[in-house]
Design a protein around this ligand. Structure first.
Ligand code: SAM
Length: 286
């Protein structure tokens, strides 16, 4: 089996994967195609990567395309990833947003979107922060979305191994929000309440019935090229409430998005964003 693609094969694959996922692969990332799709060659009895490519292009091969997406996406995540933003959320952002909800609507729930949530750790971390603050699940809604079917199934299941929980869940929270089921740690139903997970790609126009008080969209736009990245944040901005906050990854910068959002530095090194043009919000918050 060849362990390299020729430049024509690579061009076909990278264009196809950009269509499927928005992910932009430069030539030095060719090894990702080779390594991550290797198992699919055998599964689909393909003699080489071109064969797999043409098979995946066939209209009735949706399952194969889902598997390509599951394999090519990098799902690196952890509970309370980067820790500092969660502290700022707890101390400053969430109290402000909850206060806004209480002031503006009768029993209006705080609405949070964890966009590109991977296997769910980010969304569950947000729910843990809220419940630790004494906020009941009836006062908030958290929606987690991701393009990967496999990631969303795993997020819904909410079952994590020792290594995954040790990467961020403090012992007191582990005891409060998880049960040990002889091998893994299962998220308790009380934490799953008011939390939903939906498969949804971000690189194409999407329809969401709501706009959100808080959008957490971290470590996904880094995989997109400049055009799709700007389109993604344009769409995100339309679903952010005028008073709402957007959190991006700790290594991400605004760059060419400065016209869309303004930075709000709430703590040294932790930057949240707000809509620069508050009229952009097109979806009313119910
Ligand atoms: C590195 S993880 C980040 C997870 C989490 N936000 C965090 O920061 O810990 C990137 C996630 O983006 C998802 N993803 C990649 N392309 C996507 C797209 N076009 N639409 C939605 N999700 C996508 C991947 O499936 C993966 O779960």
């Amino acid at each position: 089996m060849k362990d390299k693609l020729d430049s024509n094969e690579f061009a076909l694959w990278s264009q196809f994967l950009a269509e499927l996922t928005g992910i932009s692969l430069s030539e030095d990332k060719e090894y990702l195609i080779i390594e991550r799709f290797h198992g699919l060659l055998k599964k689909y009895q393909c003699s080489n990567y071109s064969h797999l490519y043409f098979m995946a292009r066939e209209p009735d091969r949706n399952d194969l395309r889902e598997e390509l997406i599951d394999h090519i996406t990098t799902k690196e995540t952890s509970f309370f990833r980067d820790s500092a933003p969660f502290e700022v959320l707890r101390k400053t952002v969430l109290p402000k947003l909850l206060e806004h909800c209480r002031r503006t609507g009768e029993k209006r729930r705080l609405k949070i979107w964890s966009a590109a949530c991977s296997t769910g750790q980010e969304a569950y971390s947000l729910a843990m922060v809220l419940q630790e603050m004494g906020v009941s699940p009836q006062e908030y809604l958290i929606m987690g979305t991701d393009i990967s079917r496999m990631a969303i199934e795993s997020a819904r299941h909410g079952c994590y191994n020792r290594f995954e929980v040790e990467r961020g869940v403090p012992p007191a929270l582990l005891e409060r929000f998880f049960v040990f089921n002889s091998k893994n740690w299962q998220v308790k139903d009380s934490l799953k309440e008011s939390l939903s997970f939906t498969q949804m790609p971000l690189h194409r126009p999407f329809m969401l019935p709501d706009s959100f008080d808080l959008i957490v969209c971290r470590n996904v736009a880094i995989y997109f090229s400049s055009g799709p990245r700007v389109e993604l944040f344009n769409r995100v901005a339309r679903h952010l409430q005028p008073h709402g906050y957007l959190l991006i990854g700790s290594t991400e910068t605004l760059g060419d998005l400065a016209h869309l959002f303004c930075e709000v530095q709430l703590e040294p090194r932790v930057v949240f964003l707000q809509n620069a043009d508050k009229r952009q919000v097109s979806v009313p918050c119910r």
